[in-house]
Ligand binder design. Structure first.
Ligand code: SF4
Ligand code: SF4
Length: 508
């Protein structure tokens, strides 16, 4: 008699019910008591059907298999009495768990993750244009400076500002490389993006005209530190429906800790009124804030409350600082634990607001819920080098904006197109199948080893998995699974909004 065994999964509980996240398929299922009992028993060791029947007790009532809609469903059957499983119910639970591949025959081989490399040419979804590599702030933690920098933006070969001509060539590159995609996303980045506002403005006008000529649309967004916002720029951004993300760290005492001018003066008093004016005038797109968390700045709830309730941002995204572990602002292991606790609190605030039908702007949880709902299972951690590329001020194309200008991470130029052999070699080297530590991790469908830039900064190697933050990633994924499970019971309509939404590249 063949023995059954549990396949790779992660069990979690939400809304007082057990759920399972199936790692190879990234699918989520609600479990009833029978299916949960079978899965838990098989998780300890393989059992034959008879051993399962013995372990779970005998009973006489007939099974009642319940199916559900969407990506969650109930499998198995009701317990006939506490601790005893009807034989028919046991068979039904085994059949359902086997059908969704939560369990399998122990002797049957388990398929390993296939190493599928996308066929070139892969269409470009998002082009991040570094219109300048200069900044008017000197944020202490910035990866562009100090020992963490990849490219010498002061004395290196790149111009400090992108020319109008290079920007136009970049637009042509984007339109061509976006292939059959109807919409091209262009994100302006820096340095401080608005230091090169004249080129940015002309590029938007040019791109709109050229896209219309070839039958495409272009979606524009930018990231700025807000110091250079002024009425005519705000007017332009609103008129042109440019998505805006503001880099800001929270209330004055937190913003002024790291986000300082060269003379050490904090930037809060300058940016706060400008941001309020932007939020008042620019109503054509929701405006988001992006916060960098460091060892000394970890009050997530207070920052969120200030940026939404006191300043008026629609949404706020948080990211731990990317830096070498030796720097004072680097987040320690204990710091990651603290950050997880604070993220959890805010995620459950998000849950309660969402159940009550109110908007909540904690974008980290919303983005992860979308990925969970869509069953995202990543062979690569992000779109960098795939659907997303960064362009340096001289028109060199790189893995992403954080590597723009680095010869070691170059993927061609906007004039010559994508270097397909460099891209292919990169994808071969960085596939999740090469990351042995990740191959046994249940969080890999969403993490896939983590950001290449973080890995480069930590380990000097983009192929390295970011093993310093695995506990944090797994803890955060668990929180998001719990929120997902709760929402699937208490407000499934919220999750249904993700059914039709296009997945966009996230630029961090
Ligand atoms: S980096 Fe860590 S958390 Fe991420 S997939 Fe690999 S082992 Fe899992
Ligand atoms: S996650 Fe990292 S590697 Fe990917 S686009 Fe963002 S910064 Fe670049």
């Amino acid at each position: 008699m063949s023995a059954w065994v549990a396949r790779e999964h992660h069990r979690f509980e939400a809304a007082g019910k057990p759920f399972v996240y199936l790692v190879p398929s990234a699918a989520i299922f609600a479990l009833d008591d029978a299916a949960d009992s079978v899965l838990r028993t098989l998780s300890t060791k393989p059992h034959t059907r008879e051993e399962l029947a013995m372990a779970l007790g005998g009973a006489s009532s007939a099974p009642t298999t319940a199916g559900g809609g969407g990506r969650t469903l109930d499998v198995g059957a009701e317990l006939a009495r506490p601790g005893a499983l009807d034989p028919n119910a046991l068979d039904a639970a085994i059949a359902e768990l086997s059908r969704v591949q939560a369990i399998g025959i122990a002797a049957a081989p388990v398929a390993s993750t296939p190493k599928v490399i996308p066929l070139a040419p892969f269409p470009l979804t998002t082009m991040v244009l570094n219109v300048t590599n200069q900044c008017n702030l000197s944020c202490t933690y910035c990866y562009e400076y100090g020992e963490d920098k990849i490219v010498d933006t002061e004395n290196g070969k790149q111009p400090k500002f992108m020319s109008e001509e290079t920007a136009r060539e970049s637009v042509e590159f984007m339109l061509k490389e976006s292939g059959a995609n109807k919409v091209a996303h262009i994100t302006f980045f820096g340095g401080e993006t608005l230091l090169n506002f004249p080129v940015l403005r002309k590029t938007i006008t040019y791109a709109r005209r050229r896209a219309a000529e070839v039958g495409k649309d272009v979606d524009f967004s930018l990231t700025t530190n807000a110091t250079l916002l002024k009425p005519e720029i705000i007017e332009f951004l609103a008129e042109e429906r440019v998505g805006v993300t503001i880099s800001i760290d929270g209330p004055k005492e937190m913003q002024d800790k790291f986000r300082v001018f060269q003379n050490g003066t904090g930037s809060y008093d300058l940016v706060a009124p400008k941001i309020k004016e932007l939020l008042r005038r620019h109503r054509s797109r929701p405006i988001g804030a992006r916060v960098t968390l460091t060892s000394g700045k970890m009050d997530v709830k207070r920052i969120y409350q200030h940026l939404t309730e006191e300043m008026g941002f629609w949404e706020v995204g948080f990211a731990p600082v990317t830096t070498s572990p030796t720097r004072a602002h680097a987040i320690s292991d204990g710091g990651y634990d603290e950050m997880l606790g604070q993220f959890r609190d805010l995620a459950f605030d998000f849950l309660e607001a969402t159940v009550a039908g109110r908007h909540h702007g904690f974008s980290n949880v919303k983005e992860t819920l979308e990925e969970l709902h869509k069953g995202v299972s990543k062979a690569f951690p992000c779109g960098a080098g795939l659907g997303l590329l960064g362009v340096a001020t001289d028109g060199d194309v790189a893995l992403c904006h954080r590597f723009a200008g680095s010869d070691s991470h170059k993927f061609g130029t906007v004039r010559d197109g994508v270097d397909r052999s460099a891209q292919q070699a990169f994808l071969e080297q960085h596939h999740i199948a090469n990351k042995t530590d990740c191959s046994v991790c249940w969080a890999r469908p969403l993490c896939s080893g983590g950001c290449y830039h973080e890995a480069h900064t930590r380990y000097g190697d983009t192929t390295h998995a970011n093993l310093h933050y695995c506990n944090w990633i797994r803890g955060w994924t668990e929180v998001c699974l719990q929120v997902y499970g709760e929402l699937s019971e208490r407000n499934p309509a919220f999750l249904a909004q993700f059914d039709d939404e296009e997945m966009k590249e996230l630029v961090s």
